[in-house]
Design a protein around this ligand. Structure first.
Ligand code: F3S
Length: 388
């Protein structure tokens, strides 16, 4: 921090220490993994790219396994060039990140090989990934900020504060899911996520009534709750590793609040976050957060034998490993015949032409998209289209 190893490293260290001070941290701890978000969208990306370029020019390097959020998919440069002027800058950002030692561009780094162990300390941003890391894997990270996450990766440490401490991982609100809700229905689960974020805010929710939820759907639900609230950890009783029982989730204490989510709540959040359009849709996207292999296969299964209407672009968003595996498998035939686009881009930050329809609750929160189930997205894309 005194500058013995150069001004830039000193600045990065000061950033971490100053933030740690503001959170009351007494010291820094070593991390095993980092995940960075630098694609801030059109308004801020220039500033992030400038700092990143300085870091790369100074030949600084990450000390731990580090991934980054999706930035660009060069396979679609031609297709998107009229609406997406950022390709050159984004390509430079990826080059700089590669120089620093970042490998893998996805918002689901735990589906590549950035998978810490239970209890290990990390510095991740990307709210959907942080909630998955804390909840499903049981590793520990606060919601780091963009650039702070990269500073942590380069220093190899973060401040010992927030969710790194046992006592701050204690559940605070008990949220019961009403039995009237069909919890096999993914649209219901992501809508539950929107409502959980609204209820929890900064607190840690403990969910009762989702004993059959899959990790993919915790990903989708968690992303929604981390959008409407500052949620970074969700305990699901009987499912997540720190909530084998209700008592364990609350660390032996009683909940500060008890809340129930019912069908009416789900209707309300859908109404609130979905946008209606008077025009025919132009783009339909699925995969925010990006889809797992299982989810991509499900989409392709539903698209089998169907053809996307020429009026639309249908985007299936996933990580680079899944994309490559699908393109080299027999499923590529279904993909090609359907006319859908399999991509590693982020459908929410890419300025896809509106009207946009999506099955992602998170994307609806952040953009003016129309919120539909996967089946409805496919039906609209392949059978008929009307104003949505
Ligand atoms: Fe991922 Fe972009 Fe959504 S980074 S979580 S697809 S906003």
């Amino acid at each position: 921090m005194d500058g013995d190893q150069g001004d830039l490293l000193s600045k990065l260290m000061k950033l971490i220490v100053t933030l740690g001070d503001s959170f009351g941290a007494e010291y820094l701890i070593e991390i095993v993994s980092a995940h960075t978000v630098l694609n801030f969208g059109l308004n801020f990306v220039n500033a992030a790219a400038g700092v990143l370029h300085q870091i790369a020019e100074a030949k600084l390097h990450v000390k731990v396994r580090t991934t980054a959020d999706p930035i660009i998919d060069m396979d679609y440069q031609e297709k998107l060039k009229t609406i997406y002027p950022m390709f050159v800058l984004h390509k430079q950002m990826m080059d700089d990140l590669n120089k620093i030692g970042v490998r893998g561009y996805t918002c689901t780094p735990y589906m590549l090989d950035n998978v810490p162990n239970y209890g290990e300390h990390c510095a991740w941003s990307e709210s959907s990934a942080v909630v998955y890391l804390n909840s499903v894997i049981g590793a520990r990270s606060n919601r780091e900020g963009g650039l702070v996450d990269l500073a942590c990766a380069i220093i190899g440490k973060t401040s010992y504060s927030g969710l790194h401490l046992d006592e701050n991982r204690k559940g605070q609100i008990l949220i019961k899911i009403s039995p009237e809700i069909d919890t096999e229905n993914v649209l219901n689960l992501t809508s539950i996520g929107l409502k959980i974020g609204e209820i929890a805010g900064y607190k840690i929710p403990v969910i009762q009534g989702l004993e059959n939820i899959t990790n993919d759907n915790i990903k989708n639900l968690g992303a929604a709750s981390a959008a409407t609230g500052a949620v970074a950890l969700i305990h699901v009783i009987g499912v997540t590793p720190e909530a084998k029982t209700k008592e364990e989730a609350f660390q032996g204490d009683t909940p500060q609040e008890n809340v129930e989510i019912g069908l009416k709540d789900l209707e309300d959040v859908r109404e609130k976050y979905s946008t209606s359009w008077k025009f025919d849709p132009k783009n339909i996207s699925v995969g925010c957060p990006q889809l797992s292999m299982r989810e991509v296969k499900e989409v392709l299964e539903k698209l089998k034998g169907k053809r996307i209407n020429q009026e639309f672009n249908f985007w299936i968003c996933t990580n680079e490993n899944v994309k490559e595996e699908i393109l080299n498998s027999e499923l590529n035939e279904i993909l090609r015949e359907s006319g859908a686009n399999l991509t590693t881009l982020c459908p929410t930050l890419t300025p896809l032409q509106r009207p946009l329809i999506t099955n992602s609750a998170k994307a609806c929160f952040y953009t003016n998209a129309t919120y539909k189930s996967l089946d409805e997205c496919i039906k609209i894309a392949t059978e008929e289209f009307k104003n949505v």
